[in-house]
Design a protein around this ligand. Structure first.
Ligand SMILES: O=C(O)C/C=C\CC(=O)C(=O)O
Length: 281
């Protein structure tokens, strides 16, 4: 099942992709994809629908973030050994956790706005996990049963805000449009092993990140179980699971986004994104 939201920013409607790749409009059938409306049970109810009964959406319609304004947008840092090394840091012995503001969420093909006073806006292709059941103190063996599905995420990051201004990484991770997700949420049954997915990011046509989720230090199963020891994960919570090497911060010389740059991202089975970087007003 591939679930997505379509329409103008702030006015998206819920939809699903049918067997022929058409977007079907599920307005009035499901409220939106937020919290319990995107739980494992809710997805099972949508999967039981005959999608051919619902209107086809014009394929040129804008695609929004595949999860509506989430309560929690969690991130795992330094989760690929080569990325930790390019950041000048040791591979972590326990998952590094931080947050992005939920207001950073944007559509997969929306412009990425380089914030005012930014000189170091960077890219990060990542596998996103959406929680489908309340998870507290879950075992690794059971952890994937708490996952509703997976999506593609660009964890856009402003490195000066993140690293040079003290305190927590959240400052560099949270600007509006710093969280393109989608195009769709792929339900967990379609991704039996989330540790086998190739992920790539090209900048202006040049592939700069090219890795596989098999290279993660902490697997999705380990991350969900680990996080649930510290907090109650809720349906609709998003966890972005870390980026592989090839970010601008790790290049020599370093490279950061400038207006007009184009990022194209892809993860096996989870679709593609394309964003143009633009300057803030
Ligand atoms: O140099 C640092 O302190 C961290 C740099 C990058 C890590 C990061 O943003 C991540 O998501 O991983």
């Amino acid at each position: 099942m591939k679930l997505l939201r379509f329409g103008p920013a702030g006015h998206e409607a819920p939809g699903a992709i049918d067997a022929h790749g058409n977007i079907r409009d599920l307005t009035g059938v499901v409220p939106d994809y937020f919290g319990a409306d995107i739980s494992c049970d809710a997805i099972a109810r949508i999967a039981a629908l005959d999608l051919t009964q619902y209107p086809i959406v014009d394929p040129s319609t804008r695609i929004g973030a595949c999860v509506a304004d989430t309560r929690n947008f969690y991130c795992v840092g330094l989760n690929y050994a080569l990325h930790a090394a390019e950041s000048g840091l040791d591979a972590p012995s326990e998952p590094v956790l931080f947050n992005k503001a939920s207001s950073s969420l944007s559509g997969p093909n929306d412009n990425v706005i380089i914030p005012r006073r930014s000189v170091k806006t960077d890219w990060e292709v990542e596998l996103g996990v959406v929680i489908g059941r309340e998870a507290l103190y879950v075992d690794e063996a059971d952890a994937l049963n708490y996952v509703a599905g997976y999506c593609l995420i660009n964890d856009v990051s402003e490195r000066e805000f993140q690293i040079e201004k003290g305190g927590q990484w959240v400052k560099g991770k949270s600007a509006p449009t710093f969280g393109p997700i989608g195009p769709y949420l792929v339900s967990a049954d379609e991704i039996p092993d989330p540790q086998t997915l190739r992920l790539q990011l090209a900048l202006n046509g040049e592939v700069v990140q090219d890795s596989n989720t098999s290279d993660m230090i902490f697997s999705v199963r380990e991350i969900v179980a680990y996080m649930s020891q510290f907090m109650r994960l809720m349906p609709g919570d998003i966890i972005t699971t870390g980026t592989p090497s090839g970010v601008g911060l790790g290049m020599n010389p370093q490279r950061f986004l400038k207006p007009g740059d184009v990022m194209e991202l892809e993860i096996d089975g989870l679709g593609q994104q394309r964003q143009v970087a633009v300057a803030a007003d």
